[in-house]
Ligand binder design. Structure first.
Ligand code: 4AD
Ligand code: MG
Length: 448
């Protein structure tokens, strides 16, 4: 008559309850009279302390082994935990050789070390906290959009378009095929934006949150070949502010949600893994995010150009070093940069029709530690302007469907994409993007 519970449930159960828990041993200590175990099942950072008579000791109760324990919940003499489990049976379900197991008891292994074991690293406190935070942040983002009237669209993973026009595509064909499966070349999507634009033309406010793929050769700390993107598209926009407001609100709402619901897990990071980062997070939430134009950004950078490896002349794309500098310059808070050179932006970005420094109504959100977190724009909704640009690029046939969106009830609209892994880096102060995704894919690495 033992009730099977998750360990997080056991912590809020009545003293005296008969329960069974299952999990993995995080520490085992045998004394003359008693055996002490810490058992963790991933439901929370906290492990459950198990106390048993020496007769229940088993040499197979080692760090990492899988166990099932039944007993009575009783008050714990330790302040830190409210209760412990007095065991009347302990069963080793799966052994674990402590010599071969790459993690050692009570040792805080660094993120870089545990990265070598993508199949095992979720058994560490740091990485299991991270994945619980990632899960909660995912829910937080879905809640934000649901609460604000957005319709979720499952945009396709396989597509024939290259939304960003950067040619960083992975082609999709059946293994060994000698003709195109879909009649045309097909690719893993780099962005769901164009499909979101099609649906924004019916639902007004839409979003998608799914994997996107880029064949980037970069070995950087903020690029992956497979990453998750949150994308939103809003119809009937009147200005860039309609976009930056959603970007900022979503960032705040998700961050506040995670800080409130993952207190222990976030604390582990902010205290032990990336100490000092909590201050940065708190200061990010204090004031509204500053907005500067690209031209103002270039002026700021030019005044310190000797600090940079790359030029920061008007017309050049901002490099990571420039983005990080701008964030620092603005007080180490997220900052919007708007109105980029027209020629730097993809065909869909709205022409500001200014000059001689010709710009598009595009916006990036730059954040501490990471640089670019979001990229977005108002979209070119004017049929003749869009058609002229697509003709110039030789793309008018490929995008005739996209022009249709401007022929049939076109409305001013805009949207953005947020790199979800970069968001987690920013929230937790994690330096390397490979440490915020369960199974990272990047060039020359597709383990598991
Ligand atoms: O700036 P990007 O390329 O914008 C788009 O794809 C737009 N179509 C989105 C839209 O408007 N709907 O990508 C958006 C964000 C970047 O700001 C960055 O945070 C992230 O996606 N990102 C990456 N994250 C990890 N690895 C990569 N290789 C990434 N490339 C972009
Ligand atoms: Mg971008």
């Amino acid at each position: 008559t033992h009730k099977k519970l998750r360990i997080s449930e056991a912590f809020s159960s009545q003293l005296g309850a008969n329960v069974t828990v299952q999990g993995w041993v995080r520490s085992a200590r045998a004394q003359k009279v008693n055996v002490f175990l810490h058992v963790n099942d991933g439901s929370s950072l906290q492990s459950l302390q198990v106390v048993a008579g020496a007769e229940l000791n088993d040499p197979l109760l080692t760090f990492g082994s899988a166990v099932e324990v039944s007993g009575i919940l009783q008050e714990s003499p330790h302040e830190k935990q409210p209760l412990e489990l007095q065991a009347d049976s302990i069963r080793v379900i799966g052994e674990c050789d402590p010599v071969d197991f790459p993690f050692k008891v009570k040792k805080r292994h660094g993120l870089e070390y545990i990265r070598q074991f993508p199949h095992l690293r979720c058994r560490t406190n740091a990485f299991s906290s991270l994945l619980r935070i990632r899960s909660e942040a995912t829910s937080a983002i879905h809640s934000y959009f649901k609460d604000n009237g957005f319709v979720q669209i499952h945009t396709p993973i396989i597509t024939s378009n290259d939304c960003e026009g950067a040619g960083e595509l992975f082609q999709v064909e059946p293994a060994g095929a000698d003709e195109h499966f879909f009649s045309v070349p097909a690719f893993l999507t780099v962005s769901g934006q164009l499909h979101l634009e099609a649906t924004a033309g019916a639902f007004s406010k839409v979003y998608t949150f799914g994997p996107t793929f880029r064949a980037e050769n970069s070995q950087s700390r903020r690029h992956l070949a497979e990453f998750y993107m949150v994308e939103a598209e809003i119809s009937f926009t009147q200005s860039m502010e309609d976009l930056t407001k959603v970007m900022e609100d979503m960032f705040r709402s998700a961050t506040e949600h995670v800080l409130a619901r993952c207190v222990e897990d976030v604390d582990l990071f902010h205290r032990h893994v990336t100490p000092g980062h909590r201050e940065t997070v708190d200061s990010m939430l204090k004031k509204s995010f500053p907005v500067i134009t690209y031209t103002e950004a270039v002026d700021i950078l030019t005044r310190s150009s000797e600090q940079f490896a790359f030029p920061s002349d008007w017309g050049c794309d901002l490099k990571t070093e420039h983005e990080k500098y701008l964030v620092k310059h603005c007080g180490n808070v997220p900052v919007f940069v708007t109105d980029y050179p027209y020629d730097l932006k993809p065909f869909y970005a709205r022409d500001n029709q200014d000059g001689p420094r010709h710009t598009a109504a595009a916006v990036d959100l730059l954040v501490p530690g990471v640089g670019e977190l979001c990229g977005g724009s108002l979209r070119e909704e004017r049929l003749s302007v869009l058609r002229a640009r697509l003709e110039q690029l030789g793309l008018e046939d490929a995008y005739s469907w996209y022009l249709d969106l401007r022929r049939f009830g076109s409305a001013p609209h805009g949207g953005f994409g947020l790199g979800f892994e970069r968001y987690l880096q920013c929230l937790l102060g994690v330096d390397n993007i490979k440490d915020v995704i369960p199974f990272p894919r990047f060039s020359r690495s597709c383990l598991l």
